[in-house]
Design a protein around this ligand. Structure first.
Ligand code: COA
Ligand code: AMP
Length: 625
C-alpha cells in the first residue's frame, strides 16, 4: 500500500482503518465499537474491547511459542553488564512482581509510582502494574525531590517502586534520599516503598514502610494478568506544560496497544524477532512507547541501554551496541549525535564495528539540525528519519514511514503526517494558512488511538490546554508550516515549553524556583539556542530594591536551587540581571521577543508593548554579558 492511500483511508474512514489495525492484535473481546465519545465527550477508541497490555507484550508471545525469543537486552556499560531476558523469563518475573504488588494491596486502578534508572526492573515494574490493572506513573530519575513530590500528590500512589541509585556516566546518584525527601514533602502519604538495592550504592531502609525488592519478589505468589477494558488507564506520565504544575498525560490499554503495534511495523519497519533500540530513558514517553511497550507488543527484541552516547566509555558506544546486538532500527534524540559528533567528528570509531544490521536511523525529541542530519546521512548511508511527536500523542504525528513507503527526505522536515493525524496550520484567528506560511500546528479531532483522552484528575485542564484555543482542533504547542508538497516543518514551541537535550521543561516551572530566591523581585526564564543541547534556559532577573548580593553569588545560588528543586538535567547555568522585564500592557512577558533577541534572530516588537525602552535596556544587558 502507498503512503498516500494509507493516509487518505485513515482520514476518510477512520473506523474501518483502525478496526483493521486492531485486528492485527488478539483481544479477549474484540471492541464492539471502534470510535465513540466518553462521558467527558472526549473521543475514545475501541469501547467495550477487552484486553491487557502486559498480556499483549508478554504472555501472548509465550503462548504463540516465542517464549525463548529474547524480549529485552539490558546493556549497561556503566556497570559492565549485558543481560538478556527471554519472553518466558520476563513474563515470569513480571508475574512475580505483579504478585508482590497484589500482596501490598495494590489492585486495579490503584496508582504506583516508579522512580528508577535504566535497569530492567523499571520495565518489569511497568509491566507488572499493567498485568494487574494498576496504573503506573514513571518519574524520570533526573527529577529532584520536589518534582517527585508534586507527582506523588497528583497521582496519589499507594506504593513507590525505586532503586537505590542511578548511574549517570561516572556519577552515582543516590535515589533513595530523594524518595525519602519527596515523601516527606508530599501531602499524600504512600504506604510502601519497594527498594532495589544496587551494589554501587546501598540505601537506608525505613521499616516497616520500606521493603527490599529481592526479598519481596522472591516471596511473591506469581499473579496472572487480568482482563481490562480498552479504556482502562495503563499509565500516567507527567509532562511540562505552560505552568509550573506538570500535566498527567493518561494513556489507555486498547488504543495505545493498537497504535504502538501499528507504528512498529508501519513507521519503524520492524517485525517479530527484529532488534529495536530506542536510546532514551524509561522516564520519558520515548522510553514508555519504544523501550517497553511498542517493541514488546510487536514481539521484537528491545534494548535497554544504561549509558551515554559518549564517555561510556567513548563516542563509539552506540556503534558497539548496534553491532553487538544486531540492531535493525535505532531511535535517539539528535542531541546525542551532536555529543558524538563533537568527540568523534569523522565518526572514526564506527570503523571498528559491523553495523550492517542497521537499516533505519530515527531521530526525534527536538528539531534535527541540518549539520547533524548531513553528518548522519554521510556516515550511516541508510535512511535518516526525523519524526515528530510528543508525550501527549504517545507516537509520531509526522514521519517518513519506513514500513509503508519511504518518501523523499527533505532536511529540516519530519516528512508527512502519519495516518490518523489530520494536520493543519492555523493563524491566530483560526484561519487555515497556505503553503510555506508559518502558524500554529494543530490536529483536527478525533486524534488517533494512543493519544491522551484526558489529563489525570483534571479534565478541565485537558480542554483548556489543548482544545480551547481552536475548538475542534488539538493544539500541539508547536509552530510550523507545510511546503507546497505538504511536507511539515516544525519550527519550535509557541508556548512556554523548552527542550533541553531532548528533555521537555516548562519555563514556568523554572521561574517558580528562581522567583523563590530572596533577592529576586521578578524573573523570566527563556529557552535560548545551544550548540550541544538544542536549547538551554536563561534567566532574566529583576532584583529587589536594596539587594546587595553579588551577581556571582546570586547566579551560583540559583543554579543550586534549580538543581535541588527541578534537577541537574535542566541545565540552568546562565542568568543576567536587568532593571525591568519587557511586557505587554496586560502584563505578559514578551518571551518570544526576548528569545529571538538573545538568539540574534529578527523579531517584531508587538504594538501591545508596555514600554519599548525596556527592550533596549535588556539588549544592552545582554551585550555586556
Ligand atoms: N538522573 C540523574 N541525573 C541526571 C539524569 C538522570 N536520569 N540525566 C541527566 N542527569 C544529570 C547529569 O548527570 C548532569 O549532571 P551534572 O551537571 O552534575 O554533571 C546533568 O543532569 C546534565 O545532564 P545532561 O544535560 O544530560 O548532560 P550529560 O553531559 O550528562 O549528557 C547528553 C549529554 C547529550 C549525552 C544527554 O543529554 C543525552 O543523552 N540526551 C538525550 C536525551 C534523551 O534521550 N531524551 C529523550 C527524548 S527522545
Ligand atoms: P516530549 O513531549 O518531551 O516528547 O516533547 C515534545 C516536543 O518536542 C514537541 O512538542 C516538539 O516541540 C519537540 N519535538 C519532538 N520531536 C521533534 C522533531 N522531530 N522536530 C522538532 N521538534 C520536535
Amino acid at each position: 500500500m502507498s503512503y498516500l492511500s494509507e493516509y487518505q483511508l485513515s482520514l476518510t474512514d477512520p473506523e474501518a482503518f483502525w478496526a483493521e489495525k486492531a485486528r492485527e492484535l488478539p483481544w479477549c473481546t474484540f471492541p464492539p465499537k471502534i470510535l465513540s465519545q466518553d462521558d467527558n465527550k472526549a473521543w475514545r477508541w475501541f469501547e467495550g474491547g477487552k484486553t491487557n497490555t502486559a498480556w499483549l507484550a508478554l504472555d501472548r508471545h509465550v503462548e504463540a511459542g516465542r517464549g525463548d525469543n529474547v524480549a529485552l537486552i539490558y546493556d549497561s556499560p556503566v556497570t559492565g553488564q549485558v543481560r538478556k531476558f527471554t519472553y518466558a523469563e520476563l513474563t515470569d518475573q513480571v508475574a512475580r512482581v505483579a504478585g508482590g504488588l497484589k500482596a501490598l494491596g495494590v489492585s486495579k486502578g490503584d496508582r504506583v509510582v516508579v522512580y528508577m534508572p535504566m535497569i530492567p526492573e523499571a520495565a518489569v515494574a511497568m509491566l507488572a502494574c499493567a498485568r494487574i490493572g494498576a496504573v503506573h506513573s514513571v518519574v524520570f530519575g533526573g527529577f529532584a525531590a520536589p518534582e517527585l513530590a508534586t507527582r506523588i500528590d497528583d497521582a496519589t500512589p499507594s506504593v513507590i517502586l525505586c532503586a537505590s541509585c542511578g548511574i549517570e556516566g561516572s556519577n552515582v546518584i543516590a535515589y533513595k534520599p530523594l524518595v525519602d525527601e519527596a515523601i516527606s514533602l508530599a501531602r499524600h502519604k504512600v504506604s510502601n516503598v519497594v527498594l532495589l538495592q544496587r551494589p554501587e550504592c546501598r540505601a537506608d531502609m525505613h521499616a516497616p514502610r520500606d521493603l527490599d525488592w529481592h526479598d519481596w519478589e522472591a516471596s511473591a505468589e506469581p499473579a496472572g494478568w487480568v482482563e481490562l477494558d480498552a479504556w482502562d488507564p495503563l499509565y500516567i506520565l507527567y509532562t511540562s506544560g505552560t505552568t509550573g504544575k506538570p500535566k498527567g498525560v493518561v494513556r489507555d490499554h486498547g488504543g495505545h496497544a493498537v497504535a504502538l503495534n501499528y507504528s512498529m511495523g508501519a513507521i519503524y519497519g520492524v517485525d517479530v524477532g527484529d532488534v529495536f533500540w530506542a536510546a532514551s530513558d524509561v522516564g520519558w514517553v520515548v522510553g514508555h512507547s519504544y523501550i517497553v511497550y511498542g517493541p514488546l507488543i510487536k514481539g521484537c527484541t528491545s534494548i535497554l541501554f544504561e549509558g551515554k552516547p559518549v564517555r561510556t566509555p567513548d563516542a563509539g558506544a552506540y556503534w558497539r551496541v548496534i553491532a553487538e546486538h544486531r540492531v535493525k532500527s535505532f531511535f535517539v534524540a539528535p542531541t546525542a549525535f551532536r555529543a558524538i559528533k563533537k568527540e568523534d567528528p569523522d565518526c572514526a570509531l564506527k570503523a571498528g564495528y559491523d553495523i550492517s544490521s542497521l537499516k533505519y536511523q530515527f531521530v526525534a525529541g527536538e528539531r534535527l539540525d541540518s549539520p547533524t542530519y548531513h553528518w548522519l546521512e554521510a556516515h550511516l548511508q541508510i535512511p535518516v528519519i526525523d519524526h515528530w511527536w510528543q508525550t501527549e500523542t504517545g507516537w509520531s504525528i509526522c514521519a517518513n514511514m519506513a514500513g509503508v513507503e519511504l518518501m523523499e527526505t527533505r532536511p529540516g522536515s519530519p516528512t508527512l503526517p502519519v495516518p490518523g493525524y489530520d494536520l493543519r496550520i492555523l493563524d491566530e484567528q483560526g484561519a487555515e494558512l497556505g503553503a510555506n506560511q508559518e502558524g500554529a500546528v494543530v490536529l483536527k479531532e478525533p486524534l488517533p488511538p494512543g493519544s491522551l483522552p484526558t489529563v489525570w484528575g483534571d479534565h478541565d485542564r485537558y480542554i483548556s490546554s489543548y482544545w480551547s484555543e481552536y475548538p475542534g482542533f488539538y493544539l500541539t504547542g508547536d509552530g510550523g508550516y507545510r511546503d507546497e508538497d505538504g511536507y511539515v516543518y516544525i519550527m519550535g514551541r509557541i508556548d512556554d515549553v523548552i527542550n533541553v537535550a531532548g528533555h521537555r521543561l516548562s519555563t514556568g516551572e523554572l521561574e517558580e524556583v528562581v522567583a523563590d530566591h530572596p533577592a529576586i523581585a521578578e524573573c523570566a526564564v527563556i529557552g535560548i539556542h545551544d550548540e550541544d543541547r538544542g536549547q538551554v534556559p536563561l534567566g532574566l532577573l529583576v532584583l529587589k530594591d536594596g539587594s546587595n548580593i553579588t551577581a556571582d553569588t546570586l547566579y551560583a545560588e540559583l543554579v543550586q536551587m534549580v538543581r535541588n528543586s527541578v534537577g541537574a538535567f535542566a541545565n540552568f547555568k546562565q542568568a543576567i540581571v536587568v532593571s525591568r522585564l519587557p511586557k505587554t500592557r496586560s502584563g505578559k512577558i514578551l518571551r518570544q521577543v526576548l528569545r529571538k533577541m538573545v538568539d540574534g534572530e529578527p523579531y517584531t516588537v508587538p504594538s501591545t508593548i508596555d514600554d519599548p525602552v525596556v527592550l533596549d535596556e535588556v539588549r544592552e544587558a545582554l551585550a555586556k554579558q
